[in-house]
Design a protein. Structure first.
Ligand SMILES: [Zn+2]
Length: 206
């Protein structure tokens, strides 16, 4: 257990279950008095001359600084997450509209140009959204695998299912057979999805 008096004795506070030095921000793995004491003695020995009120004041200042630092850090983590999410959502739009993967670069150019004029202070943020051809392909693959995984999980609960087939020819004159599945669970929950797209490159008819 972290002891409250370790803050006054060794300048340590507990952050997410770990003792953290409020002077240098270093965290110590083990919640042991001897470890904190060693860090305090070897790194911040000069603080020993601070006593009484001066010591208390110094501790509260350092504590506030550490808290401010940590809230900035968590704000940045949230922002990184939002940037990746934006990249996924825009990729989904590109895929749904059947646009070439390379259009991502053009979309980004448009967004950045608009932001430069409307919110110049946010340009850096928008520039971080990756929409390169490679990223778009990777994200589409990711999302496809995720849909397949979810469908497989749901299909395990199906009591009955039916298949529907639809054949058409794509622009390269290749026959494409779309297989749809419609299933129902014991709670009469109906799920319908594209199961597979099979191509036949040699023959236009099935
Ligand atoms: Zn330290």
């Amino acid at each position: 257990m972290f002891q409250k008096d370790w803050t006054n004795s060794y300048f340590f506070v507990e952050v997410s279950g770990k003792p953290v030095c409020i002077v240098c921000g270093k965290s110590v793995a083990a919640k042991k008095k001897s470890n904190l004491e060693r860090h305090y003695d070897s790194c911040h020995g000069n603080l020993k001359q601070l006593t009484g009120q001066a010591r208390q004041d110094k501790i509260s200042v350092l504590r506030r600084e550490l808290q401010a630092q940590q809230s900035t850090l968590s704000r940045y983590c949230k922002q990184d997450e939002d940037i990746v999410r934006t990249s996924y959502e825009l990729t989904e739009l590109i895929a749904k509209k059947l646009k070439p993967h390379s259009d991502g670069e053009f979309v980004k150019e448009c967004i950045v140009t608009a932001v430069k004029l409307l919110a110049p202070d946010k340009v850096e943020l928008f520039q971080k959204v990756s929409l390169s051809r490679r990223t778009i392909s990777d994200r589409i693959k990711d999302m496809g695998e995720n849909i397949e995984k979810k469908l497989k999980e749901k299909a395990q609960a199906f009591d009955f299912f039916s298949l529907a087939l639809d054949e058409s020819t794509d622009i390269t004159n290749t026959a494409q057979l779309a297989i749809f599945i419609r299933g129902t669970t014991s709670d009469f929950e109906i799920q319908e999805d594209l199961l597979s797209l099979e191509s036949n490159a040699w023959n236009n008819t099935w």
